[in-house]
Write a protein that binds this ligand. Structure first.
Ligand code: BTN
Length: 245
């Protein structure tokens, strides 16, 4: 597929930029925006995403799917697999995934993916904005509330170029989106499963209301928890935040 690629010096959020880009052009190319820094980078659950200039990758893509919102089950996991595989192809050690798609190295969170929905353009046609943030050279982040890592600090033997990472991630994501569209989630399950950083650990879901041992994912990407009562409870893959158009 052809790309409509924009590289910006500064933007509020590359996700917000893609939403604007989609509104003004309804072409057949995949819109992609990369920025050197973001002034209002957003993370999941309404959090902000630290986006210092020049250090990291901030990239968003607009992806179109046919068949209504239900085809999106599993998409956010597919994006995690695509990014993980792209980073490994560039020299990263095995990249871990925290359900649904946080990107991890043993030393901490390496990146994140924010999936936003842009509603149905026409019957059954769904626009998804996939925003990917990867810590590449970041050295300082006092205000980040969890252990984090960067490619340069975890894999110093590789010369990390943001251009090469962007190229690898863009092609992996567009290819994965196409395969997911035509074949569904099934073919991605194993690649996701082997990266699961929660497997066999005791975890909580639903704001602490549910606790159980992490058992991996099912065919649609739902996360399975085995409770103390030996009941297996699926947690839905719908961690996608709905946006009002
Ligand atoms: C998370 O909370 O783990 C998701 C973080 C996603 C950050 C990326 S950076 C590029 C894109 N633009 C944004 O504003 N957010 C995403």
């Amino acid at each position: 597929a052809r790309l409509d690629l924009r590289v910006l010096d500064e933007v509020d959020s590359t996700n917000a930029e893609i939403i604007r880009q989609i509104a003004e052009s309804r072409g057949s190319k995949i819109p992609v925006t990369i920025a050197d820094c973001q002034t209002a980078g957003r993370g999941r659950r309404g959090r902000s995403w630290r986006s210092p200039r020049g250090e990291n990758l901030y990239l968003s893509m607009g992806l179109t799917f046919h068949g209504g919102f239900s085809v999106l089950d599993g998409l956010s996991l597919v994006l995690g697999v695509a990014v993980a595989e792209a980073l490994e192809a560039l020299g990263a050690p095995t990249v871990g995934l925290k359900w649904p798609n946080d990107i991890f190295l043993p030393s901490g969170k390496l990146g994140g993916i924010l999936v936003e929905l842009q509603g149905e353009l026409q019957e059954g046609v769904v626009q998804v904005i996939a925003g990917i943030g990867i810590n590449v050279h970041m050295t300082k982040a006092d205000d980040v509330d969890q252990p984090w890592s960067s490619l340069a600090s975890s894999c110093p033997d590789v010369e990390w170029s943001r251009n090469r990472i962007a190229a690898g991630v863009i092609s992996a994501v567009s290819e994965a989106a196409e395969t997911f569209s035509s074949e569904g989630f099934g073919g991605f399950r194993e690649s996701w499963q082997k990266r699961d950083i929660y497997l066999n650990r005791l975890v909580q879901a639903r704001d602490g209301q549910l606790e159980g041992v992490a058992c991996g994912i099912d065919d649609s990407g739902n996360y399975l928890l085995r409770t103390r009562e030996d009941e297996v409870v699926p947690i839905r893959a719908g961690e996608i935040s709905l946006r009002v158009v």
